[in-house]
Design a protein around this ligand. Structure first.
Ligand SMILES: Cc1ncc(COP(=O)(O)O)c(C=O)c1O
Length: 457
């Protein structure tokens, strides 16, 4: 993304020097190498980010949909500082433990869907996914069925970019996989339920076709060769895409019937985001394994977790578990997560996300959907997105220059959100769960005026 020329004329020498130093030394994910956004952030508070020019931006995407508690949440910052006064780090290897990891596990065990009560901690989402996949495979290994090694995931699903997580990620699979050589064996993707632009073309009920195809693929691959199926409850980076109501019940039934472990990825949807503590609760999904990150620690400290069921745990009990990371169970990450969970509960942020989400959704439907450039509004709670189109009839994605122009104008007007999805033409409305109705309305007013000015054709 090229820096805004007009803006850069007005920026201070300090900012220009910082941006130049950034270009000389820093490589940015999901960005053309050798470019940056032309903004340097140096402070944050509540729903705001502040740049080196002192300009404030409303964070309408909670960054990568992770700052659920806003920025610099005092309760978490204080908890981290207090914990640092007690202990900085101790390994979790060899059975060493710490008070924070124990307390966090007790808290999570009371929250997780389906009573998952065993936890392995990580430094983020991708590590959690890699761990979940290794746990699924080794579950079958320890059960004497090492031939069950295949993992099925969805095109359009996003699960991160480390080792195995890269290969279950289906969103932009070619771009994400191809530069890194052939993928390892044992990873199978099936079309998702994204029906606005379905991989099944115009077929009726294409959302549910995805579940039917999942079962066909299981039969063709051989049910006894499949370790697990992994999916997000609602596809986040694809643009808050929801399955049809019967999709999850059907998929759960298929997994159960074929004895395939179900892994739900709550890295983005967890912790109040969708108006439930976990999005799995919308469909009463009972996963065998579940991943968490982002909102778990309010993002103050990089942190993640894998939760697993009694049944999965029972296969490991008494065996040597040869997996983990230096930062597994990091006391400070655990302390941040304890404080974050307390904050979600005390401040009733699940209820707030559900209520405010309804208001935002109403505004999106009543005021934005009639605009020529909006094809669809979708999502739950504070996890909403709009699909940007050239025209509603053809559903052609809005031209790239118009999409990116909108993004730049939003930044100029002090709004930070992001464009996501298979065609990067979905704009996310995922503010921190602490945002007030007035603040959300202020951001939506700006967005509305800019989107109303778009002349797609
Ligand atoms: C659903 C989901 N899973 C996994 C990940 C990977 O998490 P991380 O970027 O912390 O490695 C993400 C990141 O956006 C995600 O949205």
């Amino acid at each position: 993304m090229k820096p805004d020329i007009e803006r850069s004329k007005m920026t201070s020498e300090r900012t220009k020097e910082l941006l130049q130093a950034d270009l000389e030394h820093v490589v940015h994910p999901f960005c053309v190498v050798g470019e940056n956004l032309g903004i340097v952030f140096e402070k944050s508070h509540g729903i705001y980010l502040v740049d080196t020019e002192g300009k404030e931006y409303i964070d309408l995407s909670s960054q990568l949909v992770c700052c659920n508690l806003g920025h610099n949440c005092r309760a978490i910052v204080d908890a981290v500082i207090e914990a640092l006064g007690n202990i900085d780090y101790v390994t979790s290897f060899y059975g060493a433990t710490n008070t924070y990891a124990i307390e966090l596990s007790q808290k999570l065990a009371k929250l997780t869907p389906g009573g998952l009560r065993y936890f392995l901690y990580t430094s983020g989402g991708s590590e959690a996914i890699d761990s979940a996949l290794k746990i699924a495979r080794s579950y079958w290994y320890f059960k004497g069925q090492a031939n069950r090694y295949k993992i099925i995931s969805l095109y359009h699903g996003y699960h991160g970019l480390s080792g195995y997580s890269t290969y279950v990620t289906g969103l932009g699979a070619g771009a994400i996989n191809n530069p890194f050589g052939p993928p390892p064996v044992g990873f199978v993707r099936v079309p998702s339920y994204y029906s606005y632009r379905s991989m099944f073309g115009d077929a009726p009920d294409s959302g549910m076709l995805s579940a039917r195809l999942l079962e066909s693929v299981i039969w063709e691959e051989g049910p006894d060769s499949i370790a697990a199926f992994i999916a997000e409850p609602i596809m986040g980076s694809a643009g808050c895409i929801e399955p049809p109501p019967e999709w999850w019940p059907r998929v759960m039934e298929i997994c159960k019937r074929h004895n395939i472990l179900l892994i739900t990825d709550e890295v983005m949807t967890g912790f109040a985001r969708t108006g439930k503590m976990f999005a799995s609760e919308h469909w009463d999904i009972r996963p065998d394994i579940m991943t968490m990150a982002k909102g778990i620690s309010g993002t103050v400290i990089p942190f993640g977790a894998v939760a697993f069921s009694d049944e999965v745990y029972s296969a490991f009990k008494g065996k040597l578990f040869m997996h983990g990371f230096t930062y597994t169970g990091h006391p400070i990450g655990c302390a941040a997560a304890i404080a974050a969970i307390d904050y979600y509960v005390q401040e009733k942020l699940v209820e707030h996300a559900a209520d405010l989400g309804k208001h935002i959704r109403q505004r999106l439907e009543n005021e934005f959907l009639p605009l020529p450039c909006v094809g669809l509004v979708e999502g739950r709670g504070l996890f909403q997105a709009m699909e940007l189109v050239e025209d509603k009839e053809s559903r052609r994605p809005l031209r790239r220059d118009l999409r990116e122009g909108l993004w730049h104008k939003l930044l100029e007007n002090g709004i930070f959100t992001r464009l996501v999805g298979p065609r990067t033409n979905r704009i996310q409305i995922c503010p921190p769960c602490i945002i007030t109705r007035e603040e959300a309305d202020e951001a939506l007013d700006v967005l509305l005026s800019l989107m109303a000015a778009i002349k797609p054709c």
